[in-house]
Write a protein that binds this ligand. Structure first.
Ligand SMILES: [Zn+2]
Length: 396
């Protein structure tokens, strides 16, 4: 969908940080961001201005010379591309414009680098590097003044991108939301298909086509490993320490091997069902939903998703994500959403009585909510249905 096919709104709110260390980290991140933008601006000025050209020219240098992670380096290039384009516009209109300098304490975020948790009224922001994150609470006004809830609590409005601001001693976030314009949704005529995937602890992955990738063996290995490690730690000798290290190495290799085969299976499943792409939940929410799992580290899910992306690209499939919000609480049959619908591994709808495996219900919701929230893969044919065990469901 082109950008003019969406209504767009910005939700602005002050943030409460959890510690002064977090504040310092955000300051440091903005410092690196400004350095990155100024570096790219210096390189690209009078050379190029499209997003892809600036990226090609400057992204590696930003990663080399600053502490920004991969996605922030990309976003910095896009920021510079926009700034140079508006300089060119100003010059066309006969105004003076010189090479863009970045000084105001503002930086751009997107869905990869900032996650919104509407239920908890908080966000998490990537800081320096790819894996360090800061959580911050949204200071929302009470009652009717809280227009922000209209976007935060809605399945129709989808968070897209945002900017972080520091002014007068406070941090603010401007969250961009969008929703597809009504008549355009019906204009979607091509029936591209997605496969929904739910990730979890007892099942590593379940697809909307009811393929289950069981975690029992992985969990068993993991427990054995923990036991051996516990024994060795009690021994406490240097050689025991070395054995623990080599065990950790082989444990990691084993987990990677399992994740590779699950990734293969997911991509096969998408191809078998003539899908155009594969949809996961955004990963940041998953970690919070699963506090007790033994091996469920965000690391493992992230690896699995990386493997799927890698294999999917070879097959010409896209991979995208949607917010984990409501995917496990919503009845895929009637749409009723309530936390009482779910009891551990079993799902039984309080409203229509339909019951199902909870992760399978969730996998179908991942695909369905992806479509309902108006997500579309960029630069491809549009998608309007998702694959089921037999056939596909088109949203009406
Ligand atoms: Zn129901």
């Amino acid at each position: 969908m082109a950008s003019d096919e969406y209504h767009r709104r910005t939700l602005i709110t002050r943030l409460t940080l959890r510690s002064s260390e977090d504040g310092q980290l955000l300051h440091d991140t903005i410092e690196e961001w400004l350095d990155g933008c100024n570096l790219a601006s210096g390189l690209a000025w009078n050379e190029c201005h499209t997003k892809s050209d600036v990226r090609e020219l400057a992204k590696d240098r930003i990663k080399q010379d600053t502490k920004l992670g991969d996605q922030h380096a990309t976003l910095a290039c896009h920021e510079v591309s926009g700034a140079i384009k508006s300089c060119i516009e100003r010059r066309k209109n006969g105004k003076k414009a010189s090479h863009p300098q970045f000084t105001s304490r503002t930086m751009a975020y997107d869905r990869r680098t900032l996650t919104v948790f509407p239920d908890q009224e908080k966000i998490s922001l990537t800081t320096l590097g790819d894996h360090s994150r800061v959580h911050a609470d949204l200071c929302l006004p009470e009652g009717e003044d809280g227009y922000q809830h209209e976007y935060l609590d809605s399945d129709e409005w989808e968070y897209t991108e945002s900017t972080l601001h520091y002014r007068d001693g406070d941090w603010y976030i401007h969250l961009g939301y969008r929703t597809p314009k009504e008549d355009e949704t019906e204009a979607v005529t091509e029936n591209g298909t997605v496969l929904g995937v739910d990730l979890g602890v007892n099942q590593i992955a379940v697809t909307s086509t009811a393929r289950f990738f069981d975690a029992a063996e992985l969990n068993h290995h993991r427990r054995e490993f923990e036991k051996t490690r516990g024994n060795l730690q009690q021994t406490g000798t240097q050689s025991a320490h070395r054995t623990i290290e080599s065990l950790s190495g082989s444990e990691e290799r084993y987990v990677k091997h399992v994740l590779h085969s699950v990734a293969n299976g997911i991509v096969e499943e998408a191809l078998d069902h003539d899908c155009d792409g594969i949809v996961f939940e955004e990963l940041d929410g998953i970690r919070e939903d699963l506090p007790d799992a033994a091996w469920h580290s965000e690391w493992a899910f992230r690896k699995l998703k990386d493997y799927v992306e890698y294999k999917a690209e070879f097959e010409g499939l896209f991979v995208d994500t949607t917010s984990p919000r409501n995917t496990s609480k919503r009845c895929n049959h009637c749409g009723f959403t309530h936390e009482d619908n779910r009891h551990a591994g079993q799902f039984e709808c309080v409203s229509c009585g339909k019951s199902n495996h909870a992760d399978y219900n969730a996998a179908k919701n991942v695909a369905e909510l992806y479509l309902r929230r108006g997500h579309q893969p960029s630069g491809r044919r549009s998608v309007s249905q998702y694959a089921l065990k037999s056939g596909a469901r088109t949203l009406s």
